[in-house]
Design a protein around this ligand. Structure first.
Ligand code: GMT
Length: 370
C-alpha cells in the first residue's frame, strides 16, 4: 500500500508509535510517506520505501503571532496524497492532524481515506479543553476510521465527546529484537559494581510526575546501593535537577537526555518507574517489560492494560511514593522476584504487544476502512 503518516516529530509517545509503525510497514513492503514539520526523532531514512515531506509554514506579518500550521499541513497532505497516490492517510494525535486531514480530503474532492489514531492527551487533556472540544469531536467523526491505543482511551473518548463513532482498539507494540534483556554496557559506562540501576523515561511533563520518581528513589537509595537514570527531557527537568542538588543526590542520579541507544539503557536496568498522573497506555513501560525489567507504575488510565499488577510489576495509587518505594525495595532485594516480574513482562510483551502481531492489524484496518 501507499500510506501517508502524520505525527508530532518531537520526543513523545505518539510520534514514537507513528514512526515505529511507518518503519515496520515499510519493512513489510508498503511505501510510507511521513508528513510533518520536522523529521520524527526516531526516523532514519535509510529504507528506500520511507520518505519524508517537510511542512513549511510561510510567514507573513499578518500571521504574527499565529502562523497557520494546520492549513500548511493540509495543503502538504493534499499535495503528497495526489502526487504519491496515497491509499490512506494515517494521522496520529487528533489535534490538529485529524482536522488538517479532513481539509486535505476536501481539497481532493473526497478522494482520500483518513485514519486517525487517538493517543492520550489529545483526548484527556487538550481535546477536553472547551476551546478544542468541538473541533476534536469533529475531527474524530469526520475520519473514515478511528483507532485508540487502549480500551480505556476508547471508553473515555466515547463518554467525554458523547460520540457513537466506531473506535477500534489497536494497542501499541514493541520491537522485541530491539528491546530485550541487555546487561553490561551501561554498567561499564557508570563504573557500577554491585549497585542496582533504576530507570525512568519520559518527556518530563507534569503529567509524568518526575518529582515522584525522585522521591521514590531517595527512599530506595537509603536502603539499597543504587543509581537512577533519568532519560528524556522536558519542562520539569530543571526543577528535578535542582532537587537532586539540594538532596545531595547528584552523584546517584544521572540526567541522560534523549539518548539514541534507549534499548541499552532500559535493558540494563533492574527496575523501571512510571508514576504518571495519567497514561492512556504507557509506551515506556512496555519497552521496559520487553527488556525484562519490572515496572512500578500507577493504577491509572490504560496502564493496567499493559502492566499487570503482580505479574510484570506493581501498580500503586497516583502519588503514593511510600508504597512505591516499599515495592521497589522488595523487588530490588529479592533477585528471584525481580527475575519473575521481568520474565512476566517479557511474556506479556511477546504474547500481546509484539510488533509482528500488531502491525498487520493496522494493515487490515486500512483495508477495511472505506
Ligand atoms: O504525554 C505523553 O507521553 C505524550 C503522548 C503523546 O501523544 O505523544 O503520549 C501518549 O501516547 C503514548 C503513545 O500512544 C502513550 O503510550 C502514552 O500513554 C500517552 N500519554 C498519556 O496519556 C499521558
Amino acid at each position: 500500500m501507499k500510506i501517508g503518516i502524520t505525527c508530532y516529530p518531537t520526543f513523545g509517545g505518539s510520534g514514537v508509535v507513528a514512526t515505529e509503525l511507518g518503519l515496520a510497514l515499510a519493512k513489510g513492503g508498503d511505501d510510507v510517506h511521513f508528513i510533518s514539520y520536522a523529521l520524527p526523532s526516531r526516523l532514519n531514512l535509510t529504507h528506500d520505501r520511507v520518505h519524508f515531506h517537510e511542512v513549511t509554514v510561510t510567514t507573513y506579518p499578518l500571521f504574527d503571532p499565529y502562523p497557520p500550521y494546520a492549513l500548511a499541513l493540509a495543503t502538504k497532505m493534499a499535495e503528497v496524497a495526489a502526487y504519491e497516490k496515497l491509499e490512506v492517510l494515517h494521522v496520529h494525535y487528533a489535534i490538529p492532524h485529524a482536522i488538517s486531514a479532513f481539509l486535505a480530503k476536501q481539497i481532493l474532492h473526497g478522494e482520500l481515506k483518513v485514519v486517525t489514531t487517538l493517543h492520550g492527551t489529545d483526548i484527556t487533556l487538550v481535546g477536553r479543553d472547551e476551546s478544542y472540544l468541538p473541533i476534536t469531536r469533529f475531527g474524530i467523526e469526520a475520519s473514515d476510521g478511528v483507532t485508540a491505543v487502549s480500551q480505556w482511551l476508547k471508553d473515555e473518548t466515547t463518554a467525554n465527546f458523547g460520540t457513537d463513532k466506531a473506535i477500534e482498539v489497536i494497542p501499541n507494540f514493541v520491537d522485541l529484537e530491539r528491546f530485550h534483556h541487555e546487561r553490561g554496557n551501561i554498567f561499564h559506562l557508570f563504573d557500577i559494581v554491585d549497585e542496582k540501576l533504576i530507570c525512568h523515561v519520559s518527556n518530563f511533563r507534569p503529567v509524568k510526575r518526575i518529582m515522584d520518581v525522585l522521591e521514590v528513589f531517595e527512599r530506595v537509595a537509603r536502603r539499597i546501593p543504587s543509581r537512577l537514570m533519568m532519560v528524556g527531557d522536558g519542562p520539569d527537568r530543571s526543577r528535578a535537577e535542582a532537587w537532586c542538588r539540594e538532596h545531595h543526590l547528584r552523584e546517584r542520579v544521572f540526567f541522560l537526555g534523549n539518548v539514541p541507544n534507549l534499548e541499552e539503557v532500559v535493558g540494563s536496568a533492574d527496575l523501571f518507574l512510571l508514576p504518571s498522573e495519567a497514561e492512556s497506555f504507557g509506551m515506556a513501560a512496555l519497552e521496559a517489560m520487553a527488556s525484562e525489567v519490572p515496572v512500578i507504575g500507577t493504577k491509572t488510565g490504560g496502564m493496567p492494560e499493559v502492566v499487570v499488577d503482580g505479574e510484570s510489576g506493581y501498580l500503586l495509587p497516583v502519588g503514593d511514593v511510600e508504597a512505591m518505594a516499599d515495592c521497589a525495595i522488595e523487588i530490588l532485594s529479592n533477585d528471584a522476584l525481580q527475575r519473575k516480574l521481568g520474565k512476566g513482562g517479557r511474556q506479556a510483551a511477546v504474547e500481546r504487544f509484539d510488533e509482528k502481531k500488531i502491525v498487520p492489524r493496522y494493515r487490515e484496518f486500512y483495508a477495511r476502512t472505506t
